[in-house]
Design a protein around this ligand. Sequence first.
Ligand SMILES: C[S@@+](CC[C@H](N)C(=O)[O-])C[C@H]1O[C@@H](n2cnc3c(N)ncnc32)[C@H](O)[C@@H]1O
Ligand code: SF4
Ligand code: SF4
Length: 391
Amino acid sequence: MSYRLSRDVIDLGQHLMNTRTGELYEVDECGRTLLSNLPTGENPPEGEVFDFMRTEGLLVDPSEQKDRGKFLLQLHVLNACNLKCRHCYDWKNPTVTLTYEQELTVLDNFADFLKKMEMDGEISFTGGEPLLYDHLSELIDYAKSQDVFIKPYVLTNGTVPPNTKILECLIRHQAGVQISIDGTEAIHDEIRGTGNYRKSIAGIKKFLSVGLKVSVHYVIMRRNAKAIPEFIEAMEDIGIERVNFSCLVPIGPGAQEEMLTPSENREVIENVALLQRGRSISLLSTRPLWYTVGSSGFCPVGYNTLTIDAAGQFMPCRRLPISLGDARHDTFFRVWFGSEFLQKIREREKYVQICGTCPQADVCGGCRALAYAVTGDAFAPDPSCLLACKM
Ligand SMILES: C[S@@+](CC[C@H](N)C(=O)[O-])C[C@H]1O[C@@H](n2cnc3c(N)ncnc32)[C@H](O)[C@@H]1O
Ligand code: SF4
Ligand code: SF4
């Protein structure tokens, strides 16, 4: 658990001031030590001083601040990978990535943005394969050292055994781990290469064994749609609590053939909802179109997310490869408030065809990445939706 000073509180050195009540609190040596240990989250604070600060509302647990907005950054630390999955959007040649120093500046810049926006942050460190990146633990430590709450996640294929340094870092910050599994053993290996299912399962077990929360990501496509029931049983057997399903976005050669039709897509979602009944594992995705089974699927693009790809380009989402700026010299503010593309997404009634004025717009909105991949127009209706196709 990591705590931080409430945003109402100013640290005046020898005193803390609650700007809401005007009250001043003297900070003794014990209080000062407690405050200086907060940003690392290494030793969760406890004791009388801590209890007092919590009761007075000087310290807060960010997860209790339900009203605070959250901003999601997906940071691609490299596009190199040890696998070559059939469906992967990262199919282009290796790129010139940001340097480690530039990445640190990006993290400073992000923290500055969060503070001014008065939001908490989430960073998904991904790639390529992020566990191949030498500076991953330093980047996560640096993100956590910012004086704003940032929850780290690592999105990995699970086949690269984590070294002690990265494991300790993930444990220290209670990072979330997401591992990709795309079917039963035979199907997963067909998509991701022979022997990789076993390696990824071993990866899941390793992260679970040290007490980390692990979720599994499953990209639904033609060749693995029927394998879902068997896959769910396998995930339950190894103790997975959450599966995130998402739809294939056909980027790269041969990917269009793997897309489901809108009615097949609807059927898969409904079947997953049936499989959810009586199970404690969480299966309902929060992606567009899952509103049909009672989940909210509103896409955060334009509302609370940005991606930076391995080449340092700001994008609305990694599956929506439209450059919004360059992280080497553009700030989050400039991109977030200056992008005409994002502005048009926010004015969806005016610009987004069918989905923008659909009665389900607030719980769905359609997937802009799918629209772009299939039609070349991010403002087209979602091609995986039955409703949009009928109109
Ligand atoms: C690009 S990978 C990076 C992290 C790691 N290498 C992995 O495989 O999990 C992140 C996630 O994006 C998914 N993904 C890749 N290409 C996709 C596509 N065309 N459509 C939808 N998801 C895709 C992968 O299956 C994976 O779950
Ligand atoms: S492991 Fe991840 S990044 Fe690598 S090819 Fe597969 S989906 Fe792409
Ligand atoms: S038309 Fe668009 S917003 Fe409406 S349900 Fe279909 S995908 Fe969702």
